[in-house]
Design a protein around this ligand. Structure first.
Ligand SMILES: [Fe+2]
Length: 492
């Protein structure tokens, strides 16, 4: 029952130690001997004792101090105190300090055996209890960690969503509107707004709101210093019902992203929300900066294209007025047909240069006063390919270059260069095709007189569904008829 139990016996009387050791060995125990407190401590530092039997009086220390040290080191080690005299106070004291039991000298061995068995059992129970306690502690720790982990995952998911949503924002889109939509999505439908400064009144006011206007639509006043600080220090502001985080571009605060606060929100979750809101503001700032760069790049591209247009116009006077009119009509038509901002922008850029490929057509063909031969016409047709090639050199116009390529495709698939048909042809190209043909018809050419407005309109109607997209043709005809301002020769 006590086999393999490691027992430390501590007593200053060697005979008692030996006698006990003999008895314990007979019962299968491993025995360590010590004759004072110091030796006992040394043994315990070296060996792992399962039970300690110690005299209450030792030459260098008392047994209770030893008991305390043992319990401090390992609370599961049972300590049996030995004493020659029954001293209730000392015994109570030792029990309070965690002694398992006590035995009186001279030792009654059968009684000692029972005490040892009980001590062994106590050791097992205490070890088990500690293990359970540890595992409960572990469980608590794990629960806590889990909660933290879940929060972290939630936060990371939100961060990922913010990044992913911003990655889908195209540079030509309304960034401010998008930023508010993203904010509303991330914060589960709460109202958001974009605020800018009113320098004179030292206040900020919303210029865009998404969600509950009533909550967001108000002017927020600061004292002069704060407004000054806000522009340079880029601090966030926390009001009772609103978070405001700055949008900073090139070290300058250009405004604030505002988010409606939750009612009775805990400090920790408010801090987490603020963190995400700042992340949105940071991404938004980058996006706005990109848009500004894009727009300035776009401007310089348009300037370059304009200089190309001038060079075409120098060669071919017809193209000069023609491109301007086609552009104006295309944009009007685009508005009537409800094209997106992006498509309208594309038309605005591309319409004036849709014939830019004519740069590559020899003068003998481009400027020929008479009708073109079949061979010359084949060469002339290349202008849509040349045009695409020129425009696609501007990387950000690679999509728009397709409009140039397809502006001579026909709805029935008999156009050029790729014989695309129906909606395979980009809508912008279908719009330019109608406006381009109409303008050519109502313009005097050296080899023929211009058609009247009615004749040209009739021709458009006749070719709806063959040359032209029927819907585009119908809206166009309706537009021209309603305008009713056409004067023959105006476009020549
Ligand atoms: Fe053309």
């Amino acid at each position: 029952m006590l086999e393999e139990t490691k027992v430390l016996v501590v007593d200053d009387v060697p005979d008692i130690v030996d006698m006990l050791a003999e008895f314990l060995k007979l019962n299968g125990c491993h025995v360590f001997k010590a004759y004072n407190g110091q030796e006992a401590t040394k043994v315990l530092n070296r060996e792992k004792a399962d039970i300690v039997i110690a005299d209450i009086k030792l030459p260098d220390t008392n047994g209770i101090s030893l008991l305390e040290r043992i319990k401090l080191e390992d609370p599961t080690t049972p300590v049996i105190m030995m004493t020659g005299y029954f001293e209730p106070n000392i015994l109570v004291e030792s029990m309070k300090k965690g002694a398992t039991d006590f035995i009186l000298k001279p030792i009654e061995f059968d009684k000692l055996l029972l005490v040892l068995l009980r001590a062994k059992r106590e050791k097992e129970l205490l070890t088990e209890k500690l293990r359970i306690q540890d595992s409960l502690e572990d469980k608590k720790k794990i629960m806590l960690l889990n909660r933290e982990l879940q929060n972290k995952i939630k936060e990371l998911t939100a961060m990922y969503q913010i990044s992913a949503k911003f990655n889908t924002v195209r540079v030509h889109e309304d960034v401010f509107e998008k930023v508010l939509e993203i904010t509303k999505d991330i914060f589960e439908g709460r109202s958001a707004a974009y605020y800018i400064f009113d320098g004179e009144k030292e206040e900020i006011f919303p210029v865009r709101i998404i969600g509950d206007k009533g909550k967001m639509e108000r002017r927020i006043t600061f004292d002069g210093n704060l407004t000054k600080d806000l522009r340079s220090l880029k601090k966030h502001i926390e009001l009772e019902d609103l978070f405001l985080v700055p949008l900073v571009i090139r070290s300058e605060c250009i405004g604030f992203l505002g988010l409606e606060k939750k009612k009775n929100e805990k400090e920790k979750s408010a801090q987490e929300e603020l963190f995400l809101l700042k992340l949105i503001a940071e991404k938004a700032s980058t996006q706005i900066e990109n848009k500004m760069l894009y727009e300035s790049l776009f401007d310089s591209i348009i300037q370059t294209l304009n200089s190309l247009i001038i060079s075409i116009n120098r060669r071919d006077a017809y193209t000069q007025g023609h491109c301007g009119r086609v552009t104006r009509n295309s944009l009007k038509l685009a508005n009537l047909m409800g094209l997106s901002d992006y498509e309208r922008n594309a038309l605005e850029v591309i319409s004036p240069v849709h014939d830019i490929g004519k740069i590559g057509i020899p003068d003998s063909i481009l400027l020929k006063p008479g009708r073109l031969t079949d061979e010359e016409y084949e060469i002339m047709k290349n202008h849509s390919l040349y045009g695409e090639e020129i425009i696609s050199r501007f990387e950000i116009l690679s999509n728009e270059a397709k409009i140039v390529r397809y502006h001579h495709e026909r709805y029935d698939g008999r156009g050029y260069p790729d014989h695309l048909s129906s909606t395979d042809i980009p809508l912008s190209a279908r719009i330019i095709a109608v406006c381009d043909a109409y303008d050519a018809m109502v313009t005097d050419r050296p080899y023929r007189k211009a058609m009247t407005k009615d004749e040209a309109v009739a021709e458009i109607i006749r070719c709806r569904g063959t040359q032209f997209d029927p819907e585009v043709a119908d809206v166009f005809v309706d537009m021209i008829r309603r305008e009713g301002q056409f004067k023959k020769g105006e476009n020549g």
